[in-house]
Design a protein around this ligand. Structure first.
Ligand code: MG
Ligand code: MG
Length: 249
């Protein structure tokens, strides 16, 4: 059963989403060679506190930080620390906010200085696949229309979508029903309705789709060591069309 949010709940989530977007923008502005991922985490915590909200990931199932910071072949759930970014790296930052009991969840992959053309193409393709998924968040479409739209943008470029980690419903919990794979058959799954809110989050590998978790119990990396990118937005299905909540207005 997919929950549906009231207009009022969506407004609260929009505010959580605005704060999420502000944090990601400000982190993007300081991403540069020699910055540590711990410094990014500190800035995120500062901003979210100043906004009177809370970082959703801190303490979630024991996660030790406010952001997930995943560099290069790291896919998701990287733990910030003393690692210094290097020119040519890509760094995926996933961040969530809880405000008045409602969640926002968003991710972006940033270039550190100048990156290779192939890496830039991976970032562009992953961002485009998210936009394609978002465009299906319209009443009457089916859930896997989102999944199929993402997959259809990614695979012709020779990249692959991660299978083990997927998007999700979101609201008064960070992870609600349904799961939203980044692959699947168009025209299948539950029918989308006004008030459903989804976190759509393609994770795209330059090489093979397979991933594995590191011994820290969190960090997920590509099995083949290839680069991976991650873009995510929280999106409401509305009668007026897709409403992206994790943006600054
Ligand atoms: Mg996220
Ligand atoms: Mg998410």
């Amino acid at each position: 059963m997919i929950g549906r949010k009231s207009r009022g709940e969506i407004e609260t989530m929009r505010e959580a989403g605005r704060i999420t977007a502000r944090v990601l923008r400000e982190l993007g502005e300081i991403v540069a060679p020699s910055v540590t991922t711990a410094e990014l985490d500190e800035l995120a915590q500062e901003i979210v506190s100043e906004e009177g909200a809370a970082a959703a990931f801190k303490g979630y199932r024991g996660f030790p930080a406010s952001i997930c910071a995943s560099a290069n072949s790291e896919v998701v759930h990287g733990i910030p620390g003393s690692r210094r970014l290097v020119e040519g790296d890509i760094i995926s930052i996933d961040f969530g906010v809880v405000l008045d009991g409602y969640y926002g969840d968003s991710a972006r992959t940033f270039a550190v200085g100048r990156i290779s053309d192939e890496a830039a193409h991976l970032l562009d393709t992953t961002r485009d696949s998210l936009e394609a998924g978002i465009s299906k968040c319209v009443p009457g479409m089916r859930l896997y229309d989102i999944s199929h739209a993402v997959q259809t943008v990614v695979e012709p470029e020779g990249f692959s979508v991660v299978r083990e980690y997927v998007g999700h419903g979101i609201g008064s919990e960070m992870h609600e029903e349904p799961q939203i794979p980044n692959f699947g058959p168009a025209g299948k799954g539950p029918t989308l309705k006004q008030g459903m809110v989804f976190a759509i989050e393609p994770m795209v590998n330059m090489g093979e789709a397979a991933v594995r978790a590191l011994d820290d119990g969190w960090t997920v990396v590509t099995m083949d060591g290839s680069l991976s990118a991650h873009f995510e937005h929280t999106v409401a299905v509305t009668d007026e069309g897709p409403l992206v909540l994790t943006v600054e207005r």
